[in-house]
Write a new protein. Structure first.
Length: 451
């Protein structure tokens, strides 16, 4: 069975000398013109922009075109929003299983896909728990093995995954297993700090450096000296601040805002983001040099829907944190949990477990996306404007725009339960622009979330 699985391109769990390992095949893409490219990683991103694993200099290939992932069901090829499409044997695909020998085209760039005999094996951690992180699936226990290897080194770690997958839990596990566990663990949420204050939060400021700087203040880098600095939601960091962060990481020196001398810092950096930074590099919204400086070790957390075998151990873990047991759940809870897709991932599951114990309800709450979808199903929101011919055009236009902005912001924040960053991403505007709109109409995201 293992040989067949490897042939069709699937990961398999194999035993050797009393240990378990995940074995995955390697593969190559052979262009119609040019040398073949061989890949041994579990996910390969393909496009014309920087930051991809295979950069194709072809004007029909999008900056972020497609990705190929090795899964337990075979090689999965997914178009990542390309303009000119991804094709298998001439048929355009969005998401498909890729078989050996198939012709694959990215736009007009033609290749042929082949699975190689060489395989790559990664050890599976012997336990289902590692310093507070839990998981039974092969993917998570392989991740625990990688964390164990990297934890005691000074290497910078980048953790990527959807919201709620447990990035902060993994960061804490790295810290707990590190040689710096007795020193400070400083957390900076880059999405929660206003743009004009983020530099001061990171690097500190001198007295009088700006309005409101009434005293000297140490930034996160200085506070974490000797310990670990966790940069959460790093993908939200403004482009113009990224070079300063890059210099701090490379030189291990910072300069306070308003200061005139460099300060040496000794910190271990762990960064996390729910954004695909490689895609943002290719699109030009994240610096390529900063990405590679952060991604010395890259840990990708899978969404809960792709590791449902972890449900039991996660539920028991959350129950234990509450001082409860499986008997405290309403009857049939686990069956209901297994039927849900968990778009909010582990955070949503934890809330569902707590609600089930407290209220006796095992039905997961609707997510912001589901709520937004329900609103859409009930029909578009209608905004009526009366035209007054006695009022000047500009004044009336400004009134219409203001009415639209306020109603749009209310619905948007309600759909995203007050999460400004997520709402801004859906709206296609930056977070500060949305904050300005909220301030303009005296809207509180938390009140909007409560309806």
């Amino acid at each position: 069975m293992s040989e067949n699985a490897i042939t069709r391109g699937a990961t398999v769990v194999v035993g050797s000398a009393g240990t378990l390992a995940v074995t995955r095949p390697t593969f190559k893409l052979v262009p119609r013109v040019g040398p073949p490219e061989v890949f041994d990683q579990w996910k390969v991103r393909i496009g014309s922009g920087p930051g991809n694993d295979w950069v194709l200099k072809d004007n029909t290939v999008s900056a972020t075109h497609a990705e190929i992932t090795v899964t337990d069901k075979g090689f999965r090829i997914k178009d990542t929003g390309s303009t000119n499409g991804t094709f298998i044997d001439g048929i355009r695909v969005m998401d498909a299983i890729l078989a050996p020998g198939k012709k694959v085209s990215f736009g007009n760039f033609e290749t042929e896909f082949h699975v190689l005999e060489d395989t790559v094996s990664e050890k599976i951690f012997e336990s289902e728990e590692y310093h507070g992180a839990v998981g039974r699936s092969a993917h998570m226990r392989t991740l625990f093995s990688r964390i164990q290897k990297v934890a005691t080194t000074p290497a910078t770690v980048l953790i990527q995954g959807e919201t709620g997958t447990g990035k902060e839990v993994v960061a804490w596990a790295i810290y707990e297993a590190s040689n710096r566990k007795d020193e400070n663990f400083v957390v900076i949420d880059c999405s929660a700090i206003p743009k004009n204050l983020i530099e001061s939060e990171l690097f500190g400021h001198e007295k009088g450096a700006f309005t409101g700087a009434v005293s000297q203040r140490k930034g996160a880098f200085e506070r974490a000296h000797g310990g670990t600095l966790f940069l959460d939601e790093l993908g939200e960091l403004e482009l113009e601040l990224q070079p300063k962060l890059l210099r701090a990481l490379e030189q291990r020196k910072i300069q306070r805002v308003g200061g005139d001398k460099p300060i040496d810092v000794d910190v271990r950096i762990i960064a996390a983001t729910n954004r695909d930074l490689q895609r943002h590099v290719a699109q030009g919204s994240f610096r390529e040099d900063l990405y590679y400086r952060l991604a010395v070790v890259n840990l990708d957390l899978p969404p809960l829907r792709e590791r449902l075998e972890d449900l039991d151990v996660l539920v028991n873990h959350f129950l234990h944190q509450m001082g409860k047991a499986a008997e405290d759940l309403p009857e049939g809870s686990m069956d209901i949990f297994r039927q849900h897709t968990w778009p909010g991932n582990c955070r949503e599951l934890r809330n569902a477990v707590e609600r089930a114990v407290v209220l006796g309800e095992a039905v997961p709450q609707p997510t912001p996306r589901q709520s937004a979808a329900s609103s859409a199903e009930s029909g578009p929101q209608t905004v009526v404007h009366n035209i007054d011919m006695q009022t000047a055009y500009k004044a009336q236009k400004a009134e219409v725009i203001a009415d639209f902005e306020e109603k749009y912001a209310r619905l948007l924040l309600k759909a995203h339960q007050g999460n400004v960053s997520a709402a801004a991403r859906q709206a296609g505007i930056d977070r500060m622009s949305l904050h300005k709109i909220l301030s303009r109409y005296d809207l509180d995201p938390h009140q909007l979330a409560r309806g």
